[in-house]
Design a protein. Structure first.
Length: 180
């Protein structure tokens, strides 16, 4: 299983690239195929969430920096639209965190439900229903996580392109300021 390191010494802003999203999708698929415990999904996704948070926070700072320097005046972009996009990114990160925590808790909850149903004397059908429901939830959460990551990567690219279109020089100034 591959691990992500936060890109230290980068000469640009931390970014969630689409190829990284594809890597995550493939790795989650392999993990799902190997029937790993859901807690391991959480362990794998936590560094991804850290990178997403860094990416979003750096974009928030960049948009604020551009607004302070009035560099949106050169293009036909309402800075409220781009601020809305940044807020959406922040909400996506929160959603990603929530989905990851829910995913990581599925196996412990299933085991607890299994023990409880055994103690109560539930039928085999009820126990299988609980297990099958957990399997469906795992697939749903993985799908939602991959979709949220892809949406975030697209939004980050769009914000970066908008900022570069507004002013390449201000963007470079912000990157130098950010990396100091």
């Amino acid at each position: 299983m591959t691990r992500w390191s936060d890109e230290e010494n980068c000469i640009s802003l931390p970014t969630l690239y689409m190829r990284k999203v594809d890597d995550v999708r493939r790795t989650l698929g392999k993990m799902r195929g190997n029937n790993v415990r859901t807690e391991e999904f959480g362990e794998y996704l936590r560094p991804v969430i850290r990178l997403c948070k860094k990416s979003v926070n750096s974009r928030i700072g960049a948009v604020d920096y551009f607004i302070q320097h009035h560099d949106f005046k050169h293009i036909a972009v309402d800075h409220y639209d781009i601020e809305f996009a940044v807020r959406q990114l922040r909400e996506n990160v929160d959603q990603l965190e929530s989905l990851t925590e829910k995913l990581a808790q599925i196996d412990p909850e299933r085991e607890k439900a299994f023990r409880t149903s055994r103690d109560v004397g539930s039928t085999v059908v009820n126990i299988c229903d609980v297990w099958e429901k957990g399997e469906c939830e795992i697939d749903e959460f993985i799908s939602e996580i991959c979709l949220a990551l892809a949406n975030m990567a697209d939004a980050i690219d769009l914000i970066d392109l908008t900022l570069l279109k507004a002013s390449v020089f201000t963007y470079k100034d912000y990157i130098n300021h950010y990396n100091d």
